[in-house]
Design a protein around this ligand. Structure first.
Ligand code: NAD
Ligand code: LMR
Length: 342
């Protein structure tokens, strides 16, 4: 009887009178990289949440204007801006959830791994500050390559002696959002009902939609499975190519990241019925990190739902084995980076 949380929304939009309703318990959220393509629409969506009392926006430039603009919305949260490393500590103090979309996006012809050299350093530096200032916060990593930046974050937190694997998340919600959309379109299903778990990692073949576990129960022929799987795996590239050099997914990513923030806040608020797919430290396979559906609670990951892995199809079993070497290499690259550049 899991509640389907497959659309961002719920209570934020239910009782709109002349402004969104404040909620009894509220939380502080920080966005690092808040002036960027993802950061700005994500800040807007989070500003609409009744579970947020303070929204801290950090970037190396251009964040003052974003914050001034957003602060005029008549929703309960207070918006504060922080520019540059000297203001980062203040941005992070007392924060419950830190979302990190800082870093460079892909251009056509690039893989996510091509972003490693720049984004690895950015994530390392930002997570060092998180470790120093809000070590107990939920940390949502969006910056690519997620398959490496999450292991980087884990190593940094370990070096600082504050690693809590239950509170470090690679944001893979966009893969689920895409899978839900494409499956609903192909099978003529009502969007709000469709929920497809997506496991593995967040790049190419490491993205594995478990179509056989689609809810409501749906059958697919072999051609549909192949087409849907490949489209979900290449959906990021589809957007990169359509944007033709102007970046990668920002609006759908902001939507997906806002859903993951909303789910985290509901979990922190004591809702006992919150489930999301996310890339975390995991025992589900022999790989140290793996995305799968988890139950979220006040302390972060409460349970990993291994049930999704029972009765996989032959196609899914093969795809699972095929993704492991690439995902393993990306994880090891992230770990090695921090060990080499502590
Ligand atoms: P963008 O270039 O529009 O914005 C990035 C922002 O990060 C900029 O405002 C920039 O000033 C800021 N930034 C750079 N260095 C920083 C630092 N050291 N500290 C703080 N901020 C810093 O890029 P975008 O489109 O918003 O994408 C951001 C990242 O998200 C990329 O790495 C992209 O690949 C990734 N992404 C991930 C997913 C996912 O599903 N996980 C989806 C889409 C994009
Ligand atoms: C996505 O899936 O859209 C992101 O990871 C951005 C990208 O580079 O494809």
């Amino acid at each position: 009887s899991q509640k389907i949380t497959n659309q961002l929304q719920p209570h934020a939009f239910q009782k709109i009178t002349n402004q969104l309703q404040p909620h009894a318990s509220t939380f502080k959220v920080a966005i690092l990289g808040a002036a960027g393509g993802i950061g700005q629409p994500l800040a807007l969506l989070i500003k609409m949440s009744p579970l947020v009392s303070a929204l801290h926006l950090y970037d190396i430039a251009n964040v003052k204007g974003v914050a001034a603009d957003l602060s005029h919305c008549n929703t309960p949260s207070q918006v504060l801006d922080f520019t540059g490393p000297q203001e980062l500590a203040n941005c992070l103090k007392g924060v419950d959830v830190v979302v990190i979309p800082a870093g460079v996006p892909r251009k056509p012809g690039m893989t996510r791994d091509d972003l490693f050299n720049i984004n690895a350093n950015i994530v390392k530096t930002l997570v060092q500050a998180v470790a120093d200032n809000c070590p107990d916060a939920f940390i949502h990593i969006i910056s690519n390559p997620v398959n490496s930046t999450v292991p980087i974050a884990a190593e940094v937190l370990k070096q600082k002696g504050v690693y809590n694997p239950k509170k470090l998340f690679g944001v893979t919600t966009l893969d689920v959002v895409r899978a839900n959309t494409f499956v609903a379109q192909k099978k003529n299903l009502k969007l709000i009902d469709v929920d497809v778990p997506v496991v593995g990692g967040h790049a190419g073949i490491t993205i594995l939609p478990l179509l056989s576990k689609t809810r409501p129960s749906t059958t697919f022929n072999d051609k549909e499975v192949e087409e849907l799987t490949v489209r979900i795996q290449n959906a990021g590239t589809e957007v990169v190519e359509a944007k033709a050099g102007a970046g990668s997914a920002t609006l759908s990513m902001a939507y997906a990241a806002a859903r993951f923030v909303e789910s985290s806040l509901r979990a922190l608020d004591g809702d006992g019925d919150v489930y999301e797919c996310t890339f975390i430290q995991s025992d589900l396979t022999e790989l140290p990190f793996f995305a799968s559906r988890v139950k979220l609670g006040k302390e972060g990951v409460e349970a990993v739902l291994s049930v999704d892995f029972q009765g996989l199809t032959e196609y899914e079993e093969k795809a699972l084995e095929a993704l492991k070497p690439e995902l393993k290499a990306s994880i090891e690259k992230g770990v090695a980076f921090v060990q080499k550049h502590p």
